[in-house]
Design a protein around this ligand. Sequence first.
Ligand code: ZN
Length: 165
Amino acid sequence: MFDDIELRHLRRCVELAAEALEKGDEPFGSVLVAADGTVLAEDHNRVAGGDQTRHPEFELARWAAVNMTPEDRAKATVFTSGEHCPMCSAAHGWVGLGRIVYAASSAQLVDWLAELGVAAAPVAPLPIQQVAPNVVVKGPAPELAEEIRALHHRFHEERNTARPT
Ligand SMILES: [Zn+2]
């Protein structure tokens, strides 16, 4: 179960994902929260420019490496609309960030994209703890699943409509 504060941060991640979608990007958003509850940084996907590594979780891990002490990183939490991919799980583990709370799992995303006939990603959808075994992980949040699924549907349906024939 999620408390009100966790749900508030997860809802902000979903808002950021919707913002990404409005800008023509894949709908993913993430928030980095300090031990005292302060929101330190937030970001959304920025892969539309052609760099497929511009995931928000990766950006937040780099932000944390530059701006936080190792002690503060270990106590911080990353909230995210979709479970970290292996690249982002690795970055999270390497910079020594703390807990991850996600709204939708990679397994859910794989199912949703399969429904839409989207080709499989070039990176295996491994759970976070298979990549970064010491990270404490919480998710998914069933109360947000339908909203996130709808964002991914919108992204891929708009793409299919826009695709030149
Ligand atoms: Zn990622």
